[in-house]
Design a protein around this ligand. Structure first.
Ligand code: ZN
Length: 371
């Protein structure tokens, strides 16, 4: 009964200092210094709810260890690695675009990437069935030569490349439900037919002009990047439909050996950085769809890594619901916000959302079954 689910967290993840920014912009007139929207509490409160509810006892605790320079350099450039190291040791500052590096953030970012590697190793060895890495800083916006969107190192990209280089893995799928486009992950594997990337995100939000339906890979990788730019206001109906009609069929066609998930809870109804309407029950539903696909395709091997999610009060309930689904066990907690989110108008699939999903279905139809 139940699954054996690994969980990775380290208090140092919360010690990454994102500074006194004003929301997601650096302070300076007219922006009063305040609190960075990517602050520790959104993640720490997730871990705290696991502790307070006792659900932590249902999980296998995995200790993260730092990714090596060699691991980081399978994706990032040497110049970028050096620049993050220098910023972290000397002054702090921006690693590229909207990506604060605090004093000591280099080692913490290596620990976050290493945590995803540790989880991947445990899942591939069969020690556990699946895993969730509550990583911070997040990773999916980081490009090879610069940090972007609060992301210093590409945590999932680094773990995928480690698995391929060191653990004998060939075909990998990465599904990203963060409200923002998974640009870093997509770019890393844009010409690679061995890694299928699927990003379901809010249409043209961040980064701008990324994640279009037509962005579907290049060269040998043509058809192995899939984008679902869902309209703002999409709720659980749109997400479930997108997973049933695009994500799961694409996985079935691709037949990955392991599935990674970029798990951002900023697609929730209460998030300050997104305009979508997902809720805890919706994330659990998407998790079960991916688990079913993983059971059929790759022995259930599923590794989730935390990305965005900026509502300190709501992220914990989304996280707990996903972990309950992964472990196939229930905690004693009911999401106290769920009724409000479920009651929002437009939670069912709306016609304009249906049109977009149908467009993506037609677009990827030309590639499915060819691999
Ligand atoms: Zn995000």
């Amino acid at each position: 009964m139940g699954k054996s689910t690994g969980f990775v967290y380290h208090e140092q993840f919360a010690w990454h200092d994102s500074g006194n920014w004003a929301g997601f912009l650096p302070p300076g007139f007219p922006l009063q210094p305040g609190m960075h929207v990517e602050h520790p509490e959104t993640k720490r409160r997730f871990k705290n709810l696991l502790d307070a509810s006792g659900f932590i006892d249902e999980l296998i605790i995995l200790k993260p260890s730092m990714a090596s320079d060699e691991d980081i350099l399978r994706f990032h450039t040497e110049d970028y690695l050096k620049s993050v190291k220098k910023l972290s040791a000397e002054t702090g500052g921006d690693a590229g675009e909207l990506t604060q590096v605090g004093l000591g953030s280099f080692e913490i970012a290596k620990l976050a990437a290493g945590g995803v590697i540790n989880a991947t190793e445990s899942v591939l060895s069969g020690d556990i069935d699946n895993a969730y890495v509550l990583a911070r800083p997040p990773g999916h916006h980081a490009e090879a030569d610069m940090g972007r969107g609060f992301c210093i190192f590409g945590n999932i990209v680094i773990a995928v490349k480690h698995a391929q280089a060191c653990l004998g893995v060939g075909r990998v799928a990465v599904v990203d439900w963060d409200v923002h486009h998974g640009n870093g992950t997509e770019t890393a594997f844009y010409d690679d037919p061995n890694v299928l990337t699927i990003s379901a995100h809010q249409d043209n939000w961040y980064p701008p002009e990324r994640g279009l339906v037509a962005d579907d890979g290049i060269g040998e990788g043509k058809g192995f990047s899939i984008n679902l730019p869902l309209p703002p206001g999409s709720g659980v109906g749109a997400y479930e439909s997108a997973f049933d009609r695009v994500v799961v069929p694409a996985l079935e066609s691709f037949k990955p050996e392991i599935i990674f998930v970029g798990s951002g809870f900023d697609s929730s109804a209460f998030d300050p950085l997104g305009r979508m309407m997902m809720h805890s029950k919706g994330y659990a539903s998407l998790t079960r769809k991916l688990m079913k696909a993983a059971d059929e395709l790759c022995g259930g091997r599923l590794v989730m890594a935390h990305e965005g999610g900026y509502s300190p009060s709501y992220v914990p309930f989304c996280g707990l619901a996903v972990l309950e689904a992964l472990a196939d066990k229930k905690s004693c907690v009911e999401d106290p916000f769920l009724g409000f989110a479920e009651g929002m108008a437009g939670q069912d699939l709306q016609p304009h959302q249906d049109d977009l999903i149908a467009l993506v279905e037609r677009h990827i139809g030309q590639y499915l079954k060819i691999s």
